[in-house]
Design a protein around this ligand. Structure first.
Ligand code: SF4
Ligand code: SF4
Length: 82
């Protein structure tokens, strides 16, 4: 699954530079995650890096983007080839 950022985000700017896929960006009010680019860090790290650094734990899985490991790896390979 891709992850998502909830409105508990305090715009601390910490997660954005940690994302290996440049999936995190500042939206209109808070940071957001592009589900087309978030692999849950599959291909890069064992744990989602944004979740590791977020001080308010506001990055759950995105129920709108349910994906298994195979899909996440496919997304990783697609992103790498771009
Ligand atoms: S889980 Fe990884 S790929 Fe997804 S947004 Fe967080 S840091 Fe980026
Ligand atoms: S680390 Fe958490 S609180 Fe900080 S900008 Fe990212 S999502 Fe928001």
């Amino acid at each position: 699954m891709a992850l998502m950022i909830t409105d508990e985000c305090i715009n601390c700017d910490v997660c954005e530079p940690e994302c290996p896929n440049q999936a995190i960006y500042l939206g209109e009010e808070i940071y957001e995650i592009d589900p087309g680019k978030c692999t849950e860090c599959v291909g890069h790290f064992d744990e989602p890096q944004c979740v590791q650094v977020c001080p308010v734990a506001c990055i759950p899985v995105n129920p709108q983007h349910v994906e298994n490991q195979e899909s996440l790896w496919a997304k990783y390979r697609r992103l790498q080839s771009q």
